[in-house]
Design a protein around this ligand. Structure first.
Ligand code: IPM
Ligand code: MG
Length: 356
């Protein structure tokens, strides 16, 4: 197959980790007889420097015309003082909205080789950690009106959180469908004891549940969910939640698996063109030092093959290669353990590519 992949390296460690994912994709292409054509697109701080805009329309157009998008990370202290609507992160929100990718899928799965890197007690980890957070990605408070104004001699700010039934329904469906392909347990997370958007969320999810009698649905308040993720993560199969709750819970979920550097994500909408990115940020403190863990990005590339290109064997080969390299004892700094072999970002990428 011939596929066009838009590549956004972005800022900080973005370029290093994306280069390793491309190394791995090239090896897959060679082994399975595919051609991957890469189109570079600028987004984030580097686009602000070049064009004065974190995602100019011509760069978004490149992404829309590709078969999928592979993204490293954006942002950094250099752009901390630019106005809110021109921040690097705005580019990320605009590409998500521009591609219409409302469903963000973030797996939290422990690699047995890294079990001791989890901050949780062994008796909790032993029960298993293998769940997915399905995060609504293009609605809620992230996309409501944001404003700051003077009132009564002081500054006041507002961020509007808004959800419609149809927005909740389409992400709810992804939650149920995802659970149906797994252990058939869906936990809907909200704050219905306080928020109207959450009460609507809960009502829509329960209405949908009638279409999925084979899936066991539970409701959980977001504060309790934050607690349950560290207390008894084995109880979760699929969590479906709104944008900001999903942002927060997915960082927590990644940490209990050992390192945020290991976690990939896929974002999909109505079509097959998806956005694939590790869930971590641009880590400016270690950028350009060959210290970053490229595995989250490499596994994001595997998700691209699986979900957008319908190449399950190829995706399996990447995941098996990561498994082998970890079993062989290779570790980047963030997952380093005693007795293991410490490698840099580029060597980790090469080792995974070789193992394909
Ligand atoms: C994420 C990130 C982004 C988000 C930031 C960088 C805007 O934290 O992908 O989780 O909040 O969605
Ligand atoms: Mg986040």
């Amino acid at each position: 197959m011939n596929k066009k992949i838009a590549v956004i390296r972005g800022d900080g460690i973005g370029p290093e980790i994306v280069n390793e994912a491309i190394k791995v994709l090239d090896k897959v292409a060679e082994k399975f007889g595919h051609t991957f054509e890469y189109i570079n697109a600028d987004m984030g701080g580097c686009a602000i420097d070049k064009y004065g805009d974190p995602l100019p329309q011509h760069e978004l157009d490149k992404c829309l015309s590709a078969d999928s998008v592979l993204l490293g990370a954006v942002g950094g202290p250099k752009w901390d003082s630019v106005p809110g609507n021109l921040r690097p992160e705005k580019g990320l929100l605009r590409i998500r909205a521009g591609m219409g990718v409302y469903s963000n899928n973030r797996p939290a799965k422990i690699w047995p080789q890294l079990a001791s890197a989890s901050p949780l007690k062994p008796e909790i980890v032993e029960k298993g950690i293998d769940f997915i957070i399905v995060r609504e990605l293009i609605g809620g408070v992230y996309f409501g009106e944001h404003k700051t104004y003077e009132q009564g001699g002081e500054k006041v700010s507002e961020d509007v959180m808004k959800y419609s039934e149809s927005e909740i329904e389409r992400i709810g469906r992804i939650g149920f469908e995802t659970a149906r392909k797994r252990r058939k347990k869906l936990c809907s997370v909200e704050k219905s004891n306080v928020l109207d958007t959450s009460r609507l969320w809960k009502a829509v999810i329960h209405r949908l549940a009638e279409e999925y009698p084979d899936v066991e649905l539970t409701d959980m308040l977001v504060d309790n969910c934050a607690m349950q993720i560290v207390k008894n993560p084995a109880q979760f199969d699929v969590i479906v939640t709104e944008n900001m709750f999903g942002d927060i819970l997915s960082d927590e979920a990644s940490m209990i698996t050992g390192s945020i550097g290991m976690i990939p994500s896929s974002s999909l909408g109505a079509g097959s063109n998806g956005l694939y990115e590790p869930i971590h940020g641009s880590a400016p403190d270690i950028a350009g030092q060959d210290k970053a863990n490229p595995i989250g990005t490499v596994l994001s590339a595997a998700m691209m093959l699986r979900f957008s290109f319908d190449m399950p064997k190829e995706a399996d080969s990447i995941e098996a290669a990561v498994n082998k390299v970890l079993s062989d004892g290779y570790r980047t700094g963030d997952i380093m353990q005693e007795g293991m072999k410490r490698v840099g970002c580029a060597e980790m990428g090469s080792l995974i590519a070789q193992a394909i």
